[in-house]
Design a protein around this ligand. Structure first.
Ligand code: C2O
Ligand code: CU
Ligand code: CU
Length: 495
């Protein structure tokens, strides 16, 4: 059964709109910090190779962090440190493993967002790691070069665990990215930017409150890689920014005041060609890579402008009206030359390609209340059963004036069209997460290439983490034709 309450929703948005007009709220609710702090850059994770397997170590742990503007230190969580985690990097074709140990006082999981891998390695809510335990997923990297990320996924607590600081980047390289004419020196002209908003209570501790606000908590303090008011030194003419919206609910519209950015990649890898964009909307969970030009000696800030969250239907109180500076760049007086962004298709480009004509099935997903197709997430229910090797079209629609970002595990999809029209450039490459403007139909093309398991599902869900935690999530399994009878969640596999 589908629950729809159009009357109630309309009433709510009218009320919000009226309230806004009445008090004339137009200013941003994000505090502008002083840009005086050296931007933290997550270190590259160490790994060791043995018997052809590259193994990383990650430890989820408690810590204390110093944040600008707070007296004393703040309790945070991090991987191998106090806050956030190191950047993992591996090549297509490599066998990798990660020893993830949980040094936290409660169970968590670590999900490889955007990664194509077996369901039992996915790190979703079925792969919980108890305190004191180590989980060692392993898989072969088999997808195009891309900026992916990792974060906990414990059902009902993802928002809390990510908000406390558990998140990191995972960079996949391939022959195309290795040979590309692009800035590629990590931390110098190839910069990870993990953008998050937070709030602090009177004691300087992280505060997570919703009070029924949609689409979740919008923090009044924005940080990049854990630095509030971050400043990055620029030493090259061009810098590649790997932008990750690691926020729980806030959608950004990144821009520079006086220059376009060259968009080179979306969630799942390079676009067909570089594209100039003035502004880039990124919803929670989404990534993009841009290359930005700098002039010698200049100081310039990247900001987040007012965001179009899908027309007048979405109240601007949901984060749309905020605009604020995000990070400052200070260019040296002499800048080293950088190449004009260019790349060639990877060796596997042809085998990666998908064709709508191959689609054997269309599935529809409607997001409403905290439900997908009228149901809230149930760990013991498999919602969709997919045959391995199949290409499918997923038709996704949000039917309420609330922001949602839709994410599918295991695959990188292509946005075929939005209400029948070609997607805008930032949605033209492979994606695993997209912002859903209300009442529009997004048709997504995806192929479930390998890894069957009738008992362990992958997830699809809203990546606004309050929504996810409250049940806006479903589960699909990938099986061999003929395994239908076996489909069901095996409770014994839970740990
Ligand atoms: Cu980034 Cu299912 O999540
Ligand atoms: Cu994911
Ligand atoms: Cu949502």
């Amino acid at each position: 059964m589908r629950l729809r309450r159009p009357a109630a929703v309309a009433a709510v948005s009218l009320f919000v709109a009226a309230g806004l007009a009445a008090c004339g709220v137009s200013t941003t609710s994000v505090t502008e910090p002083e840009f005086t702090n050296e931007l933290a850059v997550p270190p590259l994770a160490d790994s060791h190779v043995e018997d052809g397997v590259r193994t990383f170590d990650l430890s989820a742990q408690e810590g204390r962090s110093e944040f600008a503007g707070q007296d004393g230190s703040t309790r945070t969580w991090g991987f191998d440190g106090d806050f956030l985690g190191p950047t993992l990097r591996a090549d297509r074709g490599e066998e990798i493993a990660v020893d993830v140990d949980n040094a936290l006082p409660e169970a968590t999981s670590v999900h490889w967002h955007g990664m194509h891998l077996p369901a039992e390695m996915d790190g979703g809510p079925h792969q919980m790691i108890e305190p004191g335990q180590t989980w060692t997923p392993h898989w072969q990297i088999d997808q195009a070069a891309a900026t992916l990320w990792y974060h906990p996924h414990p059902h009902g607590q993802t928002e809390d665990h990510v908000y406390r600081g558990l998140a990191g980047m995972f960079i996949v390289e391939d022959d195309a990215s290795r040979k590309a004419e692009l800035p590629h020196e990590y931390g110098v002209d190839d910069l990870p930017l993990i953008v998050q908003d937070k709030s602090f209570d009177g004691d300087g501790e992280l505060e997570l409150t919703h009070d029924g606000a949609e689409p979740g908590m919008l923090g009044d303090t924005v940080m990049v890689n854990g630095t509030i008011g971050g400043v990055q030194k620029v030493t090259t003419e061009k810098v590649r920014l790997r932008l990750l919206n690691g926020s729980t609910a806030r959608t950004y519209a990144f821009e520079f005041p006086d220059r376009p950015m060259t968009l080179i990649a979306g969630d799942g890898g390079f676009l067909d060609e570089p594209a100039q964009v003035d502004r880039l909307r990124l919803a929670p969970g989404e990534r993009a890579e841009v290359v930005v030009d700098f002039s010698p000696g200049e100081i310039v800030r990247m900001r987040s402008a007012e965001v179009d969250l899908g027309g007048v239907a979405v109240p601007s109180t949901m984060g749309g009206s905020d605009s604020f500076d995000v990070v400052e760049f200070r260019a040296a007086d002499d800048l080293a030359a950088s190449p004009e962004p260019a790349w060639s298709p990877s060796r596997q480009a042809e085998e990666d390609a998908m064709d709508e004509a191959d689609a054997v099935k269309t599935r529809k997903f409607e997001l409403s209340e905290r439900e997908i197709n009228g149901e809230r997430m149930d760990m013991s229910r498999i919602d969709e059963v997919v045959h391995v090797g199949d290409t499918e079209v997923w038709e996704v629609r949000s039917s309420q004036p609330i922001p949602h970002s839709f994410h599918v595990h295991d695959v990188q999809f292509e946005v075929l069209d939005i209400d029948g029209e070609a997607p805008p450039v930032p949605m033209s490459g492979r994606k695993d997460t997209i912002y859903l403007e209300p009442n529009r139909v997004y048709r997504l093309l995806m192929r479930f290439e390998d890894y069957t398991d009738p008992h362990l599902p992958y997830m699809y869900h809203c990546h606004m983490l309050l929504h996810e935690d409250e049940g806006m999530m479903g589960q699909f399994v990938v099986i061999d034709p003929g395994q239908e009878d076996e489909v069901g969640v095996a409770v014994g596999h839970e740990h």
